[in-house]
Design a binder for this molecule. Structure first.
Ligand code: SF4
Ligand code: SF4
Length: 299
């Protein structure tokens, strides 16, 4: 069993309780236009090019089987349409101007990383978080990895957009200790405009999740001009008020750090100008959600 992984991040403090290792899987069923991890959207491997790191050694030109790298007039050109994602150029690029996203890893390979910090998980109430991209896009790998973690007594959480048939959510619930899911936009047309699908399936899954008796957290990523309106947070809060078994609701401030990755992949970033919300606005939105009988957190 192998999964397509983009990164294994150790000592993570923002992906669930305690000290955690977060495993980022590659591939997503939604296409949120503000995504700050653009390399996790496609399931296939991708080549990043950071020209500012290039030292003009042209080893990439020599090894590329597709002639995707060319030196023309003393300048380095990358023809992405020729690239077959073999990774040979990144292997020889010691300046790290070329880097591959996406590595097929077995459960055993991932566990070898995870196990190194077992003592920290147990001391801090932490564990492993499986994230993405979309974790459940590689459901079978997630189930196998969760099983391997539990055999080591390591708790497992997953982050998911839960835009799947509920039977898949149920399998995940049975396999992990905590589900952290997003509710980004309440209005279905707006949800479709910004993510590619309407909100009905997600809302319905949250209602079913709430009756499952399993622990879960709801979160809204705050994206300037998209999810951060009083109306959206108000509508989501009214919906959350109807739930009974939520651990807490969390507002996540905008993360602007994806722009370098967009550039390195030659992909447009519609949110290049967007910045995190000021603390006063975060507190104002928390105030809209607060006082309704559920805990609100801000991150
Ligand atoms: S191998 Fe790396 S440093 Fe060398 S020319 Fe290619 S991109 Fe630049
Ligand atoms: S990943 Fe392979 S095919 Fe693509 S540019 Fe690098 S060497 Fe060429």
């Amino acid at each position: 069993m192998k999964g397509m992984i983009t990164e294994i991040q150790r000592f993570s403090l923002n992906d669930g309780p305690g000290i955690r290792t977060t495993v980022f899987l590659k591939g997503c069923n939604l296409h949120c236009k503000w995504c700050h991890n653009p390399e996790t959207i496609l399931r296939k491997k991708e080549l990043h090019f950071y020209p500012q790191n290039c030292i003009s050694c042209y080893k990439c030109v020599a090894v590329c089987p597709s002639k995707a790298h060319k030196k023309i007039g003393g300048e380095h050109h990358l023809y992405r349409n020729l690239c077959i994602q073999c990774g040979k150029c990144a292997d020889v690029c010691y300046a790290q101007a070329l880097q591959m996203s996406g590595q097929l890893m077995s459960v055993e390979m991932v566990m070898a990383e995870i196990i190194q910090d077992k003592a920290f998980y147990l001391d801090s109430g932490g564990g492993v978080t499986i994230s993405g991209g979309e974790a459940l896009f590689q459901k079978d790998f997630v189930l196998a990895l969760a099983d391997a973690c539990h055999r080591e007594d390591i708790p497992v959480a997953i982050e998911s957009n839960i835009a799947f048939p509920f039977s898949i959510i149920q399998e995940a619930l049975d396999a992990v200790d905590l589900l952290m899911c997003d509710l980004k936009i309440f209005d279905s047309e707006e949800h479709k405009k910004w993510t590619g699908i309407g909100s009905e399936l997600i809302l319905d899954n949250i209602r079913r999740l709430d009756t499952s008796g399993r622990p879960y957290i709801l979160r809204t990523p705050l994206v300037p001009g998209v999810t951060d309106s009083d109306e959206n947070i108000g509508a989501i809060s009214d919906f959350v008020q109807s739930l009974h078994n939520l651990l807490y609701y969390e507002l996540l401030n905008f993360n602007p750090l994806g722009d370098g990755k967009y550039k390195s992949l030659d992909k447009p970033n519609e949110f290049v100008q967007a910045r995190p919300l000021p603390e006063s606005r975060m507190q104002a939105l928390a105030g809209i959600a607060g006082g309704k009988g559920f805990e609100v957190r801000v991150a």
